[in-house]
Design a protein around this ligand. Structure first.
Ligand code: OFO
Length: 172
């Protein structure tokens, strides 16, 4: 059974995952309109993953005797300036999510809720990979600079960059 405090903290995380999905969906749509097909596919996929993170939390809360609540969400930005800035925002957003997962893990320890603590380890590992993914992409973007050919290749290749491939590239 979840304590009220853990239930509330998990529900707050459900909202964050839902908002993350919206943020990446907005990025996908912006990129699509700009003709950045590969980047937009990458963002659509990322948006779906965030929805999956949200659903996993909802199921857990309800299975543990709590009530996962669905709330309204903060509307994401519509314009992202340049794709470089957009990926920087993605990275910053993942850092924010990691912090919020860490705070949540901390609450479970204070509440001595080891089942939820154990469940959240999946999210801790996922955040390490997501940060690695975002850093890999930012490094590639830095290499391209203003080279149009480089952008073309990046847009084509970014669809293949997955969380798994970035994690295996990342330094230990
Ligand atoms: Fe991108 O992270 Fe969810 O958890």
């Amino acid at each position: 059974m979840l304590s009220k405090r853990v239930e509330k903290a998990l529900n707050a995380q459900i909202k964050i995952e839902a908002e993350s999905s919206q943020v990446y969906l907005s990025m996908a749509s912006w990129a699509e309109v700009k003709g950045l097909e590969g980047i937009s596919q990458f963002m659509y996929k990322h948006s779906d993953e965030e929805r999956m993170h949200m659903l996993k939390l909802i199921k857990f809360v309800n299975e543990r005797g709590g009530h996962a609540t669905i709330s309204d969400l903060k509307a994401p930005k519509i314009n992202f300036g340049t794709f470089q800035k957009m990926f920087q925002e993605l990275y910053d957003h993942e850092i924010f999510v990691s912090k919020s997962i860490n705070d949540l893990v901390h609450v479970t320890l204070e509440e001595k809720d080891y089942a939820t603590h154990n469940f959240l380890q999946w999210y801790v590992a996922e955040q390490i990979e997501e940060e690695a993914l975002a850093r890999t992409i930012l490094d590639k973007i830095n290499l391209i600079g203003n080279d149009k050919g480089g952008l073309y290749l990046f847009d084509r290749d970014v669809q293949q960059i997955t969380v798994e491939s970035a994690a295996s590239d990342a330094p230990e």
